[in-house]
Design a protein around this ligand. Structure first.
Ligand SMILES: [Zn+2]
Length: 61
């Protein structure tokens, strides 16, 4: 095989892609806990966590 695909390895730019999305506010939210009681708000919330940067957010039910 003389023809080796030149794009096998990920470039640093590609590795960065996911995180840069996070930086721009486009997180990959995954439901962490459904119906958790948030003491601060006194309400049930759903906890989301970003699969890439582990940032968490809560959403009121
Ligand atoms: Zn993120």
């Amino acid at each position: 095989m003389a023809d080796i695909l030149p794009f096998k390895r990920k470039t640093p730019a590609e590795k960065h892609k996911g995180k840069s999305l996070c930086v721009h506010g486009f997180h990959k939210w995954v439901v962490q806990t459904e119906k958790k009681f948030d003491v601060k708000q006194g309400k049930l919330v759903t906890v989301y966590r970003c699969a890439r940067c582990s940032k968490e957010k809560t959403k009121l039910l």
